[in-house]
Design a protein. Structure first.
Lengths: 251, 115
């Protein structure tokens, strides 16, 4: 007989459910079956009404973030074999976000935060396209390369207790993105982004819990980026204080 | 966006952390263990500590060694209590933690000046 695994999947259909509940499905066990494969199998063969997000199946698109046994993970990068012998395998929508349907979270607040930090190259004078690309040495690229690996999956927001308590907090990915552009030698927009970083909802809501860096599937280390942002904001505060003492306006 | 004043607390926290990391173990050794283990003459030890505290630089060193770790510790406690979901008014907790650290720093400075 084929070995099966019980997967408890969170269901929530706003038109008929008052609150989320768990439904159990039996999935044939296989060594190389990912949680995403299991969810697709449930949807294809057992219950076509199950809703979940996914696309690339290889940890690039960042769509399939879910809570697996209470831990934020990419369903495509997590395998049934990792839970073999465990009492339960429970999949639910990402923590700290409103649930739209079943495993689908409403991540619009997170997307807004990403846009807030102006994650693009800001230049005081744009050079014409004919002048070619803005050039950069490998050393200059190395300064921000790790922070540019983010795939916007939102796992760090599901992990962050501060974002859970105050959704106004810009959060790990947005602050990392701000730091990524502030460290880019081609960028001249740090002073604009610092206004957001300097605020309570910027770097200063972080209490360095560090869970964001543990759950990041691309080893981006948002906690380190935020701490670098704190140093930058600290220096900015001191410079601003000095300017005020010299009679200049508060920036 | 309004600028947060957290950098003041964070700078003191950072300075206290650095100080503890670099000279904390040495301080424990010099002030708590060595007088018991190595120094056999309590009068001479007392005189040596007294000489350190009599010098302005000695006073400054002791002040830094007390004040910065105080701010470091109370800053961490303040944020940890928030992380532990302590239901207390934010302003009151700030007053207790940072006010407490400021008060104890003042008492330390006053005491050092009296020596």
């Amino acid at each position: 007989m084929t070995e099966t695994v019980t997967v408890r999947v969170q269901r929530y259909r706003p038109e008929e459910d008052q609150e989320p509940w768990a439904q159990s499905f039996e999935v044939p066990y296989s060594e190389d079956l990912s949680i995403l494969d299991a969810l697709n199998q449930i949807k294809d063969q057992q219950d076509p009404t199950l809703s979940h997000r996914w696309s690339c199946r290889m940890a690039i698109c960042g769509s399939c973030g879910v809570m697996i046994n209470g831990e934020p993970r990419l369903a495509c990068k997590t395998f049934l074999r990792d839970y073999r012998g465990k009492d339960a395998l429970e999949v639910r929508a990402l923590d700290n976000f409103p649930i739209e349907r079943d495993l689908v979270s409403d991540i619009s607040g997170f997307i807004d935060h990403l846009e807030t930090v102006q994650p693009w190259l800001i230049r005081s004078d744009e050079q014409p396209v004919s002048a070619g690309a803005y050039r950069q040495t490998p050393e200059q690229m190395q300064r921000y390369a790790a922070f540019s690996q983010c795939i916007n999956c939102g796992l760090c927001y599901a992990a962050c207790p501060q974002f859970g308590r105050d959704p106004a907090f810009l959060g790990p990915a947005a602050l990392t993105l701000a730091q990524r552009y502030n460290l880019d030698s081609r960028d001249e927009g740090a002073s604009q982004r610092m206004n957001w970083l300097n605020a309570e909802a910027g770097v200063w809501s972080c209490t360095f819990v560090g869970y964001c860096s543990q759950v990041c599937p691309k080893d981006v280390d948002p906690a380190a980026a935020i701490n670098q942002g704190k140093v930058a904001s600290d220096i900015n505060y001191a410079v601003n204080l000095f300017n005020i003492l010299r009679g200049k306006d508060d920036a | 966006m309004r600028r947060s004043h957290e950098p003041i607390a964070w700078s003191l926290f950072g300075a206290g952390g650095m100080l503890l990391a670099f000279i904390g173990p040495g301080l424990v050794l010099a002030t708590a263990l060595l007088p018991w283990l190595a120094a056999h003459d309590p009068v001479a030890t007392h005189a040596a500590v007294g000489a350190l505290l009599a010098h302005p630089l000695g006073k400054l060193l002791v002040l830094a060694c007390v004040v910065l770790p105080l701010f470091h510790t109370l800053h961490r406690i303040y944020h940890s209590l928030h992380d532990l979901h302590l239901r207390a008014p934010r302003r009151l907790m700030q007053l207790l933690c940072y006010g407490g650290a400021t008060l104890l720093s003042g008492v330390t400075a006053w005491w050092l000046l009296l020596i």
